[in-house]
Ligand binder design. Structure first.
Ligand SMILES: Nc1ncnc2c1ncn2[C@@H]1O[C@H](COP(=O)(O)OP(=O)(O)OP(=O)(O)O)[C@@H](O)[C@H]1O
Length: 889
């Protein structure tokens, strides 16, 4: 039994809850629910951050599916910290890639699943179990009776904002599974968590699965979208680099965008317009940033106000007053946002401004002013916040409030008098401090006690660095008196506060809309901040991927040396790009930057480049070897193959794939064979692929394949004892410079070993080149590739803006260039015919050196010497296949 399966069984046995099979309440009435409240369930502790860096929130997710070849999965997420429910229904594949992606994005604290799914060990159930650690969730089994569609619809009708109910019902119409899941999640919240929502106070939305780019967990991790691979707390990840938000709502929205980039061009253009306006209008930008600085976490405040605690307590009363004070501050801080956006022209900024219009906020302000004293503001310090709470509610509301407040005030004065007295009597410099647990206590410098002991009147003495903290009996008594009078004030304020909360709930939809608008504005202002500081440019959405002088957004920010920009260009005729180059030449950095820039463009951000155009990518896959050590290679080979199989199952022409160092964890021969087979399938998929590899043979074999181009990262080896990395992308396969040998010289190895290794490597190189040239299939393949390239150019010209004489001269140039390249191929073919006569003699030499070369190859990186013959045969067969495809095309 592997440790993996042990872990699974432990985690599932610790975390499964069965709600009782007693009759489910038919309606939303709370009567009778209390019988469930004492049911205990065991869960493992959730860490503060999941492995993909989501802050820990209480999110309940219910999930169910219709089985079949293409399963349909229903999902409902209810976020108890944000007061939001998201329903979704996804047509998924057998690998449930979309479902797992959604779970990764929301990172629910609890995942509810039908108990029958566990009994039958459905594939979805097993996959979720396998990923529980990554998702940082607990799995809970729920009886079938709680998953009723009618109950789900009832919940929507009762809890959705009045004006939204009809549209939510329309969007979930036909999405039976998502509604059943919503019913299950809400039932669980009521029965197991003892929480309910008042009518028409919950933000419910339906999220279609098509609207966002799909990224799987491994891609999210290896691209460092949300978390740095080496240091989880570091900001050196895409989210960290882009996150200049000033509000918690903005930061959350940005995170969810990075995980789910958009796929709708119109929405992206709207965002680009808004970002362009914000980053070019300096006054607006600075006013917006200043306005956002003072904004509190509105989602949390509003959610607290809509969740009704089933057992009211003093603590919940205290929290309610705190949240009303926070709401007051939030409402006041909306006006500056509205003013900051004065004169906005772009659709999105105008919409945000409209949502913050004073006329829609004023009724809420007036309502708060009716109950809460004018000068009350939110304070972060617990003592100050207690004072604000005590004086929050207007005295007219309850006559006895003033009496309790007077007691509170006098008890406070008493405490200060006591401290003065203690200082005087004991000749000590005492500071009066406060925290919520200890209430008032005293603090003094330890140096005051160097030549004497602390008098016995001081109790609860604790030494903390160079401070001594303590209390006295008198101080504790007086603290208690303050606390009692504070409690009295709270109890008297509670009725007014609850009444106010009840009236404010009517405006919840307005307030949530403002909160969402501010979150969006914050994300845009964060992008604008990066745009101005780091020279980002507005991307275009087109059919072709083209980047001029693109930079890696994370590396350019964190590395001390200047970053060398590179170009990218990919169409269907250059959709599979093989990137070769020696170790540390910048291959991974280059291919990662393409994926990261695509993500940035699809979240509406500008990108670090001089020019950038992207097609809309619907699936992003990254397979990157993270640990280069030999042991890691061996142990991760299986994982590498699993991830690649996953990509091959889900890829299509709208995908972007980056693959780094495939097949390194096995022998060079097997590695090359595997890499070739996978590369073939990737070329077939018509996705845009960047394939970084040390297998130079692979690049040569596939060179003539339609859609394949070879690029490498240049290295300067003009100095015999040095290798200078240029980090510049250059056409073609990396030349036979034998980097391994060069590196060995730098190391240095004994000269006779190097000399022998060099001879063998050169001989092999000559053989391979001759054999390759001689292949007729290769020549035909090259001609076809040239013709297909010509066709693509002509299609582009036909759809482009060129006309008249410009078009005519461009066509003439194209014709000339085509003629030159075709003649060159034919000439090479003729030469190859002659050379092939001499080839048979050379083959004898070749066989002789191959055995010796096997040992040298191990020193010389991934030269894969034993695979030359296999490579040539393979090249011929694949080119034949390619010709068939080309014919169809
Ligand atoms: N364009 C660039 N400009 C400046 N520095 C770069 C650039 N690209 C890469 N580097 C630097 O070179 C280092 C190595 O880059 P990278 O890991 O991408 O190389 P690699 O070819 O993938 O290496 P290996 O083959 O060993 O995996 C990076 O850590 C980075 O600091």
């Amino acid at each position: 039994m592997t440790s993996r399966s042990t872990r699974i069984s432990v985690s599932s046995s610790r975390s499964q809850l069965h709600l009782p099979a007693s009759p489910a309440p038919a309606s939303s009435s709370n009567a009778g629910y209390s019988q469930y409240s004492s049911y205990e369930y065991s869960t493992r502790p959730r860490t503060a951050m999941s492995t993909i860096g989501v802050e820990s929130q209480q999110i309940i997710c219910a999930i169910s599916e219709s089985r079949g070849i293409a399963p349909t999965v229903g999902l409902a997420f209810v976020n108890l910290d944000m007061g939001e429910a998201v329903l979704s229904q996804i047509p998924d594949s057998q690998s449930y890639v979309r479902t797992l992606h959604k779970l990764a994005v929301f990172s629910p604290s609890k995942i509810l699943i039908l108990d029958t799914a566990a009994k039958t060990k459905s594939k979805l159930f097993c996959l979720i179990e396998e990923n529980l650690d990554d998702l940082n969730s607990n799995l809970i089994l729920l009886d079938r009776r709680y998953w009723a569609e009618t109950t789900g619809v009832e919940f929507i009708e009762q809890l959705g904002f009045v004006q939204d109910v009809d549209s939510i019902k329309m969007s979930v119409d036909g999405n039976y599974f998502s509604v059943c899941c919503f019913a299950a999640a809400m039932k669980f919240i009521e029965l197991a968590l003892n929480k309910t929502f008042p009518p028409h106070s919950l933000r419910i939305r339906y999220e279609a699965s098509e609207g966002s780019m799909m990224t799987d967990l491994s891609t999210i991790r290896s691209l460092e979208l949300i978390q740095n691979l080496q240091n989880q707390k570091s900001r050196d990840c895409l989210f960290g680099v882009l996150n200049e938000t000033l509000t918690p709502m903005g930061s959350r929205l940005l995170r969810s965008n990075v995980l789910q980039p958009l796929t709708d061009q119109q929405t992206l253009d709207t965002r680009y317009d808004a970002l362009e306006e914000l980053s070019t209008k300096e006054d607006m930008f600075f006013a917006t940033r200043a306005a956002l600085k003072t904004i509190l976490d509105a989602d949390k405040i509003l959610t607290h106000l809509i969740i009704i605690p089933t057992k009211p307590s003093l603590q919940s009363t205290e929290q309610s007053i705190n949240h009303i004070i926070m709401l007051k501050q939030f409402v006041v801080s909306i006006q500056p946002v509205y003013e900051a956006l004065t004169g906005a022209k772009s659709v999105m900024l105008k919409e945000i401004r409209r949502n913050c219009t004073p006329s829609s906020i004023d009724p809420i302000k007036e309502l708060i002013d009716e109950f809460v004293n004018e000068d009350i503001t939110y304070a972060k310090q617990p003592l100050e916040l207690r004072n604000q709470r005590t004086y929050a509610v207007k005295s007219g509301v309850n006559g006895l409030l003033d009496v309790a407040r007077q007691t509170y005030k006098e008890a406070n004065i008493d405490v200060h008098d006591l401290v003065d007295e203690l200082q005087e009597t004991h000749k000590l410099q005492l500071d009066l401090k406060y925290d919520s647990a200890r209430q008032y206590y005293l603090s003094l410098n330890a140096s005051e006690l160097e030549d004497r002991n602390l008098p016995s009147v001081f109790i609860n003495v604790i030494r903390k660095n160079n401070k001594v903290e303590c209390s006295t009996l008198d101080l504790r008594k007086r603290s208690q008196k303050i606390s009692d009078s504070h409690t009295e004030v709270l109890l008297m304020s509670d009725k007014a506060i609850q009444e106010l909360i009840g009236e404010i709930r009517v405006y919840m939809s307005v307030l949530f809309k403002v909160s969402e608008s501010i979150a969006m504005l914050d994300v845009l202002s964060s992008f604008a901040h990066n745009v101005t500081l780091h020279d980002y440019i507005r991307p275009r959405i087109t059919q072709t991927l083209g980047i001029k002088a693109g930079r890696h957004p994370i590396k350019e920010k964190v590395q001390n040396t200047p970053f060398i920009p590179n170009d990218v260009f990919a169409t269907q005729q250059s959709r599979f790009q093989i990137i070769t180059g020696c170790n540390m030449s910048g291959k991974s950095t280059y291919i990662r930057s393409i994926a990261l820039l695509s993500v940035m463009a699809q979240i509406g951000c500008f990108v670090p480049a001089e020019f950038a155009a992207f097609p809309i990518i619907k699936q992003l896959f990254a397979r990157i070897s993270i640990d280069d050590s030999i042991e890691a290679n061996v142990s991760t080979f299986a994982a590498e193959m699993r991830e690649t199989a996953f990509i091959l199952r889900n890829i299509d022409k709208n995908s972007l794939v980056i693959i780094d160092e495939l097949g390194r964890g096995t022998s060079p021969r097997d590695g090359l064979a595997i890499a070739l087979a996978i590369a073939e399938a990737l070329v077939e998929s018509r996705a845009l692929v960047w394939f970084a590899t040390h297998f130079r043979d692979l690049a040569k074999i596939l060179a003539e394949r339609n859609g394949v181009v070879n690029k490498h990262l240049a290295v300067d080896m003009s100095d015999a004892d040095k290798m200078a990395m240029l980090y510049k992308l250059t056409d073609g396969v990396v030349s036979e410079e034998h980097y391994g040998l060069q590196l060995a010289k730098v190391m240095p190895l004994p000269p006779d070993v190097i000399e022998y290794a060099t001879q063998v490597a050169e001989k092999l190189h000559e053989q391979v080149e001759r054999r390759k040239k001689a292949s007729k299939a290769v020549i035909v393949g090259r001609k076809r590739k040239l013709i297909l390239g010509l066709r693509e150019e002509l299609v582009h010209a036909c759809n482009g803006a060129m006309e008249g004489p410009v078009l005519q001269s461009w066509l003439q140039e194209l014709q000339r260039e085509f003629g030159v390249r075709m003649t060159a191929i034919e000439r090479e073919a003729d030469e190859a015919d002659l050379e092939s006569l001499a080839m048979d003699d050379d083959m004898a030499d070749f066989e002789a050196v191959t055995d010796d070369a096997a040992s040298v190859s191990r020193r010389d990186g991934y030269e894969a010497t034993g695979s030359e013959e296999m490579s040539t045969q393979y090249a011929e067969s694949t080119i034949e296949d390619d010709n068939n495809i080309a014919d169809k095309y």
